[in-house]
Design a protein around this ligand. Sequence first.
Ligand code: PMP
Length: 354
Amino acid sequence: MKEFEKNIRKVVPYVPGEQPKIRNIIKLNTNENPYPPSNLVKKAIENFDSDTLKYYPDPTMEKIVAKLADYHKVSKDMVFVGVGSDDVLAMAFMTFFNSQKPLLFPDITYSFYDVWAELFKIYYKRIPLDEEFKIKKEDYYIENGGIIFPNPNAPTGVFESLDTIRNILDNNKDVVVIIDEAYVDFAKESALSLIDEYDNLLVVRTFSKSRSLAGLRLGYAIGNPLLIKYLNDVKYSFNSYTLNALSMEMAAASIDDEEYFKETIKKVINTRENAKKTLSELGFEFADSQSNFIFAKHKSFSASIIFEKLKKNNIFVRYFNKERIDNYLRISIGTDEEMDKFFECLKKIINELD
Ligand code: PMP
């Protein structure tokens, strides 16, 4: 180790899912939408005037903020936009949880939460989920600090009802509560309906999953204008969390195509429900997913072996080599055709192992 390295802060980074360079694979590993973005997005790219790239993009992202506000029927000062919801979340951690008091989140959840907490030196506590990966709401009580969890949760896909969220909010009025709704479009209901009632609630969303725009990088938060003001104060201190001009046009076009958006969601949900049946027939057990992925474990065979065998066949799912979940595979929902090929291969693997 070099002498100067001793003075460098050591960080344990987030390990992202694999993004293979080859395209002739079945990619069920990072919860993207298997369907392409709306045709209106394609048109927005074609119509984009590249001469305008000589200017900096609008730092207030007015066009997107206004469209999102209109879409969600909230005022513009309740919307905060960032480069992917990861950036919005990281910003929210910096803004709201920079405290010595604990930030609470589930023990099985989006693994970026620990990474940011460590990075920003935020004291945190992981709260165990129950046997069915559900949140025990009575364990969420804190007078100073904060609360965050995804709904549906990741990587389990388990959805918590609005009653649970309301209960947690009622018990924690003095801290910021963040509900990370990356996958909520595949579930029943959103905590956005509570936003006018609870001024300490921040709901975070993304265009990466239901809108088929993971490559675009757009995330946003909706909350009381006061929370959004605090977020903006931190954002403008960095001047780096602004979408580029072309992305803003593409995002606006996506919002304009509600019909296509609804259609792809319906297809994914349908495929998910069929996949649950096939997984059961093949001897898998799984938490009841309300998301665009299923977190499943086989009754007899190890997840790591199945993962490797699928990979050899150019089928990528996600395997987390972590305590308590190392018997599980997280399978993103692909098109029906992709899922047929996946199940064909999975059946062969299971038969060979039997
Ligand atoms: N929250 C959760 C729970 C996620 O699984 C992801 C995707 N990995 C994100 C946030 C971040 O998504 P993005 O940055 O693409 O908006």
